[in-house]
Design a protein around this ligand. Structure first.
Ligand SMILES: Cc1cc2nc3c(=O)[nH]c(=O)nc-3n(C[C@H](O)[C@H](O)[C@H](O)COP(=O)(O)O)c2cc1C
Length: 373
């Protein structure tokens, strides 16, 4: 029986479950069309906003590498070094909505069967700011965008009512999602920040607002390392640095932990997994936890800007894995390992003694009593 890569996610038919995430690979119509030619099932545009965007004076992204012969992590290029992560402090698209609108239309006309998701972002501090979300959503869907992804997760915002600062406030998440849902004729995905204590709380806010799917993770807040010789941050402007976002291989296990929390809390909802994916063995983790699609950024940036080889290896890996296990569609294995993540005390001990997670030592309540409190 031939394995099928085609899948449906939030009601959208995709020829495969692989998307380019909102980032430099999707910053222009030419990139997006090249990505579709390379076989990606969908793309999420670089985030589109209404406020003016000016990036820092210098590189916006660099890659941290570890070398085989030294424990040092560095952004300096060295032979025999392997990728550890990407670090960026790039803002959202510096192109205006007017620039994007005709391009969204042209992309959809040329690739009607591919899924084009418009990533959008506005503030949330006033009715006018909330109306901006509606303006963005309406403009993109009118040109044929198949879904909108709410950027509630950009980690480099000064404004307290934007990006990951919205994503840290469950009520604001609900309000923004609801405002967009009021005008949306297409599915609304909410991209949450991983930078909170319990992402389930923020996801609940998004679902209460009507979100059709949760997307996780955006990059993790981080700083570039200091060069021990110059005593400067390896990325800086005039010696100064600001918090940026970590992506790539280093965040795969971190992002999986966030996703496991999400899919366990909401087993019947839709999730798109991002973080550290470069081949199918990585993507498989997200599917086994319950994701219906996955998205890729860092690996694609390093592969001809839009990831043609990454795409090929995702497809080949998925077909081979499905054939090996006798799976016909993604639904045959989606969520298979979701319930294998359990409290520590449920992991078997070698001497068959019970362990109650530290509860029943002298002075502590029994596990059941503590759970009831
Ligand atoms: C240079 C750069 C720019 C990014 N810009 C955006 C953006 O505009 N909107 C967004 O939602 N995420 C943005 N991201 C986050 C990515 O979409 C993705 O969530 C993150 O990089 C983790 O995926 P990865 O491990 O495959 O890189 C950006 C990431 C990078 C590296």
């Amino acid at each position: 029986m031939a394995s099928q890569l085609a899948t449906t996610f939030t009601g959208l038919a995709l020829e495969n479950p692989f998307l380019l995430s909102s980032a430099p690979p999707t910053e222009s119509d030419s990139n997006i069309m090249r990505a579709f030619d390379a076989g990606w099932g969908g793309v999420v545009t670089k985030t589109i906003g209404l406020h003016p965007v000016v990036n820092v004076d210098g590189p916006k992204t660099k890659f941290l590498r570890a070398s085989i012969d030294s424990p040092r992590l560095s952004m300096q290029k060295r032979g025999s070094a392997v990728l550890h992560s990407s670090w960026n402090w790039e803002l959202i698209s510096d192109k205006t909505l007017d620039w994007w609108v005709p391009r969204i239309a042209r992309i959809k006309q040329a690739y009607p069967r591919k899924i084009l998701v418009a990533s959008i972002m506005a503030g949330s501090g006033s009715d006018q700011e909330l109306a901006n979300w509606q303006t963005l959503a309406k403009a993109c869907q009118a040109e044929g965008a198949d879904a909108v992804e709410l950027n509630l997760s950009c980690p480099h915002m000064d404004r307290k009512d934007m990006g990951s600062n919205i994503g840290k406030d469950q009520e604001l998440i609900s309000v923004v999602t609801q405002v967009v849902k009021e005008v949306a004729r297409v599915p609304v995905w909410a991209k949450l920040t991983p930078s909170t204590t319990d992402i389930v709380v923020e996801a609940r806010g998004a679902f209460l607002g009507g979100a059709d799917a949760i997307v996780s993770s955006n990059t993790f807040p981080s700083l570039p390392p200091v060069d021990p010789d110059t005593l400067e941050f390896e990325m800086n402007v005039d010696g100064f640095v600001s918090s940026g976002g970590l992506g790539g291989p280093a965040i795969l296990p971190l992002s999986l932990a966030k996703m496991a929390q999400l899919t366990q809390a909401f087993p019947d909802k839709s999730f798109s997994g991002i973080g550290g994916i470069a081949d199918f063995s990585h993507a498989l983790n997200y599917f086994l936890l319950g994701c219906g699609t996955v998205q890729v950024c860092t690996a694609a940036m390093l592969d001809h800007a839009i990831g043609p080889n990454v795409m090929k290896s995702l497809v080949t890996g998925m077909v081979q894995t499905m054939e090996r296990h006798g799976w016909r569609t993604l639904d045959d294995f989606r969520g298979m390992l979701r319930d294998r993540i359990v409290p520590h005390s449920r992991i078997r001990r070698p001497d068959a003694k019970d362990y109650h997670g530290g509860y029943d030592a002298e002075g502590y309540a029994a596990a059941e009593a503590a759970a009831e409190r």
